[in-house]
Write a protein that binds this ligand. Structure first.
Ligand SMILES: Nc1ncnc2c1ncn2[C@@H]1O[C@H](COP(=O)(O)OP(=O)(O)OP(=O)(O)O)[C@@H](O)[C@H]1O
Length: 573
């Protein structure tokens, strides 16, 4: 297909306001794309490379401006391009405003004028694709010059209509109203295959071009035969915010896991097919981050014996193996240089919560609990190993009991994690979806300022720290009494626990075993999911899923919240 044809079609799509009509345009484009169907399926979405490829053009806007300026003639400078851009606000419009062609130099192609700018030898979609691939591959010294030369060579052969879409494509600013759903539906219509089968094929392959070609050449059977490929990343399933109450109402039982505060990773391991580079690790955006995370590669080499695709989180840890806050993992993630040195400063470990593929079986369609069982056997290093003895496995509890969930949440926070994830135990894995089957606990909207009236000494390594703090609100005439409303596990680092211990220890009034009674001096700000009536605490209410937000150093117990406020907040629930 000539690039001019593609540009004309893109212009028609851009001018079309109706979504359904856009699908018709894209359908026609795919039908007419011939051998270029893979490239056209990507270009129309503004993608140069398939989504699963980590390849990028690696050029900044200035390279593009320079290429445009050079192709526009000696009178035009990079600054002119930038000035026009500041005026019109969109690079396609700027590129289309110049007349290109006939500029000499490395990468330039010359020919007669075709009457619409450009040099007359028609640029094809394939040439654009091949040139951009060469541009992406350029590396080492002089590579930026080579990239500019290649891009200049393309612009120099563009008519103004072509230049508009070339510039946008190169700068990832296509924006003609064609999203992933549009291409999915257009593939379905063009080749008479059901959209949901196209969708499944897209989920496993992450490659619109390949799916379009297979749909055209082999129809539904071809699409259904497409499988996950170890080494080719899949889009991550995402979570919505939600509450425990909603989750239990909808699913009756919920699968509950700790929510780890790190960075999402997808691990691909194929010990058989590739002994070298058997492991690849991808970020949530499907970027290849293998080089930055040697611990994950070492883990895979040691533990995994079968080909697998695992979904998980990489967490930064301290010397004792306890989790560090999210910021610490950022020092490691995506690092390209001095990885060993960075590793000495901050260690990381993977935790896996899902299994998409194991030993030749694609598991996307399996229910969560089955996938988790498979994950467990993939990660187990011996027969009948208890789940909590399996390192790197995120434990999963299935329950319909809100109290059990509350104690999992408290344990998660106590162990320094972010909280919990709630998942529908029967749900399949939907790549790229922010569906309602995975819920992260909603941030608390309201908070209460509570007086700390008690605490418990920790256990083991935390035996010298106070934790699990008892909370109370003001009550009675004049607000001089205190009535308890719950206990909060702080879910914070050892450092923070040490600070709180130092703050509260002087106020210990009595001790019995691990239990500590405190003089009412300190006020905590606490979030919660719900207030419910409860015989457990003296106020007659309990905070559901209380969360420590911070110490109110600016408040005395007399300024803490009252039972009255608690009751009015409850009435508003
Ligand atoms: N057990 C777990 N199961 C699923 N995801 C988990 C788990 N533990 C930690 N996570 C992480 O939590 C993320 C979902 O939470 P959240 O939505 O807050 O992530 P985010 O990337 O900060 O925000 P968003 O997804 O809303 O952009 C997952 O993408 C994953 O990285």
């Amino acid at each position: 297909m000539e690039f001019a044809t593609f540009a004309d079609r893109a212009a028609a799509i851009e001018a079309e306001p109706a979504d359904l009509e856009i699908i018709v345009h894209v359908r026609d484009l795919l039908e007419d794309a011939g051998d270029d169907i893979e490239t056209v399926s990507r270009f129309v979405q503004g993608r140069v490379f398939p989504a699963w490829q980590s390849t990028t053009l690696d050029i900044g806007p200035s390279t593009c401006y320079e290429a445009i300026a050079r192709a526009a003639g000696t009178n035009v400078s990079d600054d002119d391009v930038e000035e026009r851009l500041a005026d019109v606000g969109e690079i396609g419009e700027v590129a289309a405003s110049y007349e290109f062609g006939g500029q000499q130099g490395l990468g330039a192609f010359t020919g007669g004028d075709d009457g619409d700018g450009g040099s007359g030898d028609d640029l094809t979609v394939r040439e654009v694709d091949e040139t951009l691939a060469a541009l992406a591959a350029a590396e080492g010294s002089g590579s930026q010059d080579r990239k500019t030369d290649l891009l200049f060579g393309l612009f120099n052969r563009c008519s103004s209509g072509e230049a508009r879409y070339l510039a946008r494509l190169v700068l990832s600013e296509m924006r003609i109203g064609v999203g992933e759903g549009t291409v999915r539906d257009a593939i379905g219509e063009a080749f008479d295959v059901p959209a949901e089968r196209v969708e499944r094929a897209l989920q496993v392959s992450n490659d619109y071009g390949q799916v379009a070609r297979v749909a055209r050449e082999d129809g539904v059977n071809g699409l259904d035969a497409m499988d996950l490929e170890v080494g080719r990343p899949v889009q991550a399933m995402l979570a919505q915010a939600g509450t425990v109450t909603d989750a239990l109402e909808e699913w009756e039982t919920a699968a509950v896991e700790w929510k780890y505060d790190g960075a999402r990773i997808q691990l691909h391991h194929d010990p058989v097919a590739r002994s070298e580079g058997a492991t690849r690790v991808f970020s949530r955006n499907m970027e290849d981050v293998t080089g930055a995370l040697p611990e994950v590669v070492e883990f895979a080499d040691e533990v995994l014996e079968e080909p697998a695709i695992l979904d998980g989180e990489v967490v930064a840890i301290d010397e004792d193996g306890d989790p560090l806050p999210f910021q610490a993992v950022l020092k490691r993630f995506r690092r390209k240089h001095d990885v060993e040195k960075a590793r000495e400063d901050v260690a990381v470990r993977p935790v896996f919560f899902d299994c998409l593929h194991a030993d030749g079986d694609d598991l996307l369609e399996e229910p969560l609990t089955a996938r988790h069982n498979r994950l467990r056997s993939v990660l187990a290093t011996g027969p009948d190993q208890a789940p909590d003895a399996i390192e790197d496995l995120s434990l999963l509890w299935t329950t319909d009991d809100p109290d059990a969930i509350e104690s999992i949440d408290a344990d998660a926070l106590e162990s320094g994690h972010e909280g919990i994830m709630l998942k529908n135990p029967d749900s399949t894995y939907s790549p790229g979806r922010r569906g309602k089957h995975w819920r992260k606990r909603k941030p608390d909207v309201e908070t209460l300022d509570c007086v700390v009236t008690g605490a418990e000494w920790g256990e083991g390594r935390r035996a010298t720290f106070l934790g699990t703090f008892e909370l109370a609100v003001r009550a009675g005439p004049g607000g001089d009494d205190l009535e308890t409303v719950g206990k909060v596990a702080t879910g914070i680092t050892d450092e923070k626990l040490a600070e709180l211990t130092e703050l509260l220890e002087p106020h210990i009034a009595a001790e019995e075993g691990q239990e500590v009674e405190l003089e009412p001096e300190i006020v905590f700000e606490v979030g919660y999911e719900e207030i419910q009536s409860s015989p457990t605490y003296s106020s007659g209410y309990a905070l559901r899923f209380p969360r420590f937000q911070g110490v109110r150093y600016d408040k005395d117990p007399a300024d803490a919240d009252s039972l009255e406020r608690l009751e009015s907040l409850r009435a508003m629930q």
